[in-house]
Design a protein around this ligand. Structure first.
Ligand code: SAM
Length: 234
């Protein structure tokens, strides 16, 4: 488990004032892979995740959102949709006291995830007909937060990618309406341009407060942002 979960970065660090590492294009490596590698090597959140023991740099996104909105109450229950490799689940388990204080995290991903203490994991496509019911059973109680970082595999076709990720966010929202306890929260990855009109209307009917946030740790060039709905009316 990570020792620190309140890392913040000075502007200088985020601008990448440190010496940038350049990666030479190796024979056989695509230019896009070289760029990805260069970005990883120069990303302070990647370095911090390694140092703090998080499985992904994504951990800092949920840390930032929880620092602001206080989703995780000790002893509470979180449902993590699209959890692999497990950064969000690590943060949730730690902040809920999932090992010591009876907090609990139920997680699902279409890919495998290495075990995390206090986290029950289901390897399944969330869009399978029986997945929502199985995740609710895994949690065994109503959740304080349903969080979805699910992202469809990128096709490179902007509109297709947008529509597929929005479909996942909508499925996550409809699941949250069934799985949350009154007063609970919902947080899901959506794409720039925000939540589609229909989903936003549904969320506004069922939650006291709905807004969008782009955490500082979300890459500037990424079109992702998060819709956050709080105070579920039940
Ligand atoms: C950005 S990653 C999540 C990172 C994670 N929050 C973390 O902190 O490590 C998105 C995940 O969504 C998962 N995913 C995409 N579509 C899914 C689906 N239909 N059902 C379950 N998981 C899905 C992917 O397999 C991937 O692991």
């Amino acid at each position: 488990m990570a020792k620190k979960d309140n890392k913040s970065f000075g502007d200088g660090q985020r601008r990448g004032d440190r010496m940038r590492e350049r990666v030479k294009t190796a024979r056989g490596r695509k230019l896009s892979s070289t760029r990805w590698l260069e970005r990883q090597l120069n990303d302070p959140y990647v370095a911090a995740a390694k140092q703090d023991g998080y499985r992904s740099r994504a951990a800092y996104k949920i840390i930032e959102m929880d620092d602001r909105f206080k989703f995780f109450k000790p002893g509470g229950c979180a449902i993590d949709l699209g959890s692999a490799p497990g950064g969000w689940a690590q943060v949730a388990a730690h902040r809920l006291g999932a090992v010591k204080e009876k907090g609990f995290v139920a997680a699902i991903d279409i890919q495998d995830m290495e075990p995390i203490p206090g986290v029950a994991f289901l390897k399944l496509d969330f869009l399978d007909d029986n997945a929502p019911e199985l995740v609710r059973e895994l949690a065994g109680r109503r959740a304080d937060i349903v969080m979805s970082d699910m992202a469809a595999a990128v096709t490179g076709h902007r509109q297709t990618d947008h529509l597929r990720t929005m479909a996942l966010a909508e499925a996550a929202a409809w699941f949250a309406f069934e799985a949350l306890k009154p007063g609970g929260s919902f947080c899901a990855k959506v794409f720039q341009g925000g939540t589609s009109g229909g989903l936003l209307t549904d969320l506004k009917i069922r939650f006291g407060n709905v807004m969008h946030m782009k955490p500082k740790s979300s890459r500037k060039e990424s079109v992702e942002l998060y819709v956050i709905a709080r105070d579920f009316k039940g």
